[in-house]
Design a protein around this ligand. Structure first.
Ligand code: FE
Ligand code: CA
Length: 518
């Protein structure tokens, strides 16, 4: 087999192996009378993937020591959906069977809902009830929508701060939260830890589950999930730092890495309100990239920048993954891809045909350049789009070829607030600005030091705003006249001061590419 075919074959086998139990949920007895001694809903609730007529509701049962024996059983979980916060007007009741093979996770794909409508929901098992979550459906596809409000967030290293940004997100009035990746971190850095991960670096399904359990127990994170639907993407740390498809920094045997990746992906699915594959509750593949329409106002694409990408260019032979590279001919290899060919084709087609006013392309990392001059040529960070310049050019060429106005890209990963111009040739004033970029800083994860950040800012004229010193999230407000980005931030480590403030605000005006400071 060709290397690529072999790798795809391995991926399919690894995923099939890791997911085979999903296809055989055993029947469970009705057990309305079960008396729980510990709270099985300690991980909270979440909703996600809002559509005009549906939403995915999530929880996962946990078993305290007193209820340990229940953890081997298949269980029926009731899901109730209400039209009011007081839970007087019940609109739907459904039941989901779950079992040990899926970590007792519960995914209810609730359908036949009304567009642009608020709903409240809760889960019940025996005498236990979950907290009540709030969610909201998307507008009808042809609706004239005056406003879309989204919290953009990414990178929540548990050890490096408190999730106070989530506490504020929970209180905001939003349509949804767009999480751009690095939901968990597999790794630790004792130097910056204000609290500790449990257990060692996860590699198995059991270990990844334990890591999610720790994050999901955080009350501020639970509050944000319970308050708003989520639209979710992943980046690298959901598996391992800087991985690219079947490659990691240690040059682990790809077959081994794909098994680890399948375990990490399964744990991800078990802990998020996502719908994978054509069948409601079964992840028949691990496709996460998706597209969502918000009335006539906006199309939103959420991309997967890890699962299909080419390995980073000019990797260090001892320690692969991200690094600064100079004089790297591999960068100009047009066969290298960030999205993989199928996703790239899907995005090109879908973007070219979009008739909605704003086109929001949400991807995991940074598209604008952060290169710096050196005596032997410019140096590029090879893990972001600077490391995939031909793929970046193809994406932006699509915008030019289809004569698209109002393309705004959204990103995360770099622990930095960025507002930038996007041109076919980065930083070249002769090359027209074709799109606009906002990248959100991390919820908690430490950013680049002040000195390298200043060098990057001074070396890239397209970076209108570039600040790595503060943590937080970004409030994106889309209206027919503009897309506004308010960078909401707090000092590092998050939690060391109360609350967040606005670091800066930018707008992209209808018909005019490029962010403008407010
Ligand atoms: Fe991160
Ligand atoms: Ca990342």
């Amino acid at each position: 087999m060709q290397r690529r075919e072999f790798s795809q074959h391995l991926q399919r086998s690894a995923i099939a192996l890791a997911l085979s139990p999903w296809f055989s949920a055993a029947a469970a007895p009705a057990d309305k009378s079960r008396a729980w001694r510990s709270n099985p809903f300690a991980l909270g609730v979440a909703s996600g993937r809002p559509r005009a007529d549906s939403v995915v509701l999530w929880t996962r049962l946990l078993f305290g020591d007193e209820d340990r024996a229940v953890g081997t059983e298949a269980l029926r979980v009731q899901v109730e959906v209400f039209a009011d916060a007081a839970m007087k007007r019940r609109v739907q009741t459904t039941e989901v069977v779950t079992d040990e093979a899926r970590g007792h996770s519960v995914h209810a794909h609730v359908q036949r809902l009304q567009p642009s409508t608020d709903y409240w929901y809760r889960f019940s098992q025996g005498d236990a009830h979950s907290t009540v979550g709030h969610t909201r459906t998307a507008p009808a596809l042809n609706a004239d929508v005056r406003e879309l409000r989204v919290a953009l967030s990414s990178c929540q290293h548990y050890e490096q701060g408190q999730f106070i940004a989530h506490a504020e997100i929970a209180k905001e009035k939003l349509d949804f939260v767009l999480f751009m990746g690095d939901y968990i971190y597999e790794s630790s850095n004792a130097q910056y830890a204000i609290r500790k991960h449990n257990g060692e670096e996860p590699k198995t399904l059991a270990q990844y589950r334990e890591r999610y359990e720790q994050y999901k127990r955080d009350p501020m994170l639970q509050a944000a999930h319970a308050a708003h639907p989520g639209v979710l993407m992943w980046d690298d740390h959901e598996v391992v730092n800087d991985y690219a498809n079947d490659q990691d920094r240690n040059y682990t045997d790809p077959q081994q890495l794909l098994l680890r990746r399948a375990a990490a992906y399964q744990a991800y699915f078990e802990h998020q309100p996502v719908l994978l594959g054509p069948d409601a509750n079964i992840p028949s593949n691990m496709r996460l990239y998706d597209q969502l329409s918000w009335g006539k106002l906006a199309d939103v694409w959420t991309l997967d920048c890890r699962q299909y990408r080419s390995a980073q260019a000019c990797r260090d032979p001892v320690r692969g993954g991200g690094r600064m590279v100079v004089q790297c001919d591999e960068l100009t290899d047009a066969s290298r891809t960030m999205l993989g060919h199928a996703q790239e084709r899907w995005l090109t087609d879908s973007l070219s045909q979009s008739k909605r006013q704003w086109k929001l392309v949400a991807q995991a990392t940074q598209i604008s350049s952060t290169s710096i001059p050196t005596p032997v040529g410019r140096s590029y960070w090879n893990d972001a789009w600077d490391g995939y310049p031909e793929a970046r050019k193809r994406l932006l060429q699509t915008v030019v070829d289809a004569k698209l106005k109002n393309v705004v890209t959204l990103g995360g990963d770099v622990h930095c607030n960025v507002a930038a111009n996007l041109r076919l040739e980065p930083n070249n004033p002769q090359s027209p600005i074709v799109a606009s970029e906002f990248v959100t800083t991390s919820i908690t994860s430490r950013g680049l030091g002040d000195k390298p950040a200043a060098v990057i800012r001074e070396s890239n004229a397209d970076l209108l705003h570039y600040r790595s010193d503060e943590r937080g999230y970004s409030l994106i407000t889309v209206t027919p006249s503009e897309v506004r980005c308010d960078f909401r931030t707090t000092k590092f480590p998050a939690g060391s001061e109360a609350g967040l403030k606005t670091q800066a605000s930018y707008v992209v005006k209808n018909g005019k590419a490029g962010p403008q400071a407010v």
